[in-house]
Design a protein around this ligand. Structure first.
Ligand code: NAG
Length: 309
């Protein structure tokens, strides 16, 4: 397949309607979208309940996939129940506010009764305190950083209210610890939850493991959620949450997000869902430089992340 280098901004022109493209602001040194920062106080003081479940990921690491798996488990594989509403309504995005300010994760959560399933991309130190005070369960999914950054790049091309994906999406971005992307450094993010996984109720799962053996990983998630499911229900959930099924599911494929926000001519939200697409974007030299850097930074935290399966 054709290699698409990051460092070729001229190929990726941004639609003229992209007036909403913005820069990032910061909370405690973590770069976040301005609208996340603007409404931060109400996120910070959000009151979680003990039965709430938090699904935490770095952006583009299998969030929607994990959400759909969890909702399918909680509804015991009932397809119709899982299609009751779009992902962002069923499982609100804690810190997010719509670009026009019309709705937010918090406003959605406030009218829902626990147990609620809540999505976040916040690094562990920014998760509202009430989640820990209440002893909430957390499912964290990590994905290898090469595929994550490739996915992030294509996402920013299509999401017109994300910062413009041009110069800073060069390989330098990876070498700079990805610290200039929204939600901060990938390294700090995956390490933060990893180091706390035994101190808090955190189930740590890996995208590549779930891709390799979804039956095994869905079973682990079901056990963590204390749901007894038959082997055939687990297998059914695996079918329901396969990339091809989710891409065609209007309640899971973000087709409800308007074209003024998602420019689907640039890229699709459900793009590939594969392990190893980075090979189409990284040259051998870039990969070698990345590997050297990665080994150094991860040496104090050996998370068994794989780049191929
Ligand atoms: C989402 O699902 C619907 C229904 O299957 C389909 O028509 C649509 O093409 C899918 N993809 C997107 C990006 O909306």
């Amino acid at each position: 397949s054709v290699r698409e280098p990051f460092s070729e901004p001229k190929r990726y022109t941004v639609a003229p309607s992209a007036a909403g493209r913005i820069e990032l602001s910061h909370i405690q040194g973590i770069p976040l979208l301005e609208r996340v920062v603007k409404y931060w106080p109400r996120v910070e003081k959000f009151q979680a309940s003990e039965e709430d479940l938090l699904i935490a990921t770095y952006p583009k690491a299998g969030t929607t996939w994990t959400q759909e798996v969890v909702d399918s488990i909680l509804n015991e594989g009932d397809v119709e129940k899982c299609k009751r509403a779009p992902t962002q309504v069923r499982m609100p995005f804690l810190e997010m506010t719509a670009p026009d300010g019309s709705s937010s994760g918090i406003t959605k959560l406030e009218v829902m009764d626990p147990p609620r399933v809540i999505k976040t991309h916040l690094p562990i130190q920014l998760v509202p305190r009430s989640f820990w005070d209440a002893g909430c369960k957390v499912i964290y999914m990590a994905r290898n950083p090469k595929d994550t950054v490739v996915s992030y790049y294509h996402f920013d091309r299509m999401h017109l209210y994300q910062p413009e994906p041009t110069v800073h999406y060069s390989i330098c971005l990876v070498l700079c610890k990805m610290g200039i992307l929204g939600w901060g450094s990938w390294y700090d993010h995956v390490k933060g939850y990893w180091k706390e996984r035994h101190n808090k109720k955190i189930l740590y799962i890996l995208y590549e493991d779930m891709k390799e053996d979804p039956v095994r990983e869905v079973t682990r998630i079901a056990q963590f959620l204390k749901r007894q499911l038959s082997k055939s229900t687990i297998e059914h959930i695996v079918q329901m949450t396969a990339f091809s099924a989710m891409r065609e599911n209007p309640m899971a494929n973000y087709s409800t997000i308007p074209d003024t926000i998602f420019d689907r001519t640039a890229s699709e939200f459900m793009r590939k869902g594969e392990v190893g697409d980075w090979k189409n974007h990284f040259s051998a030299g870039e990969d070698a430089a990345f590997e050297e850097h990665y080994r150094k930074i991860m040496s104090d935290c050996p998370i068994p992340i794989r780049f191929t399966i």
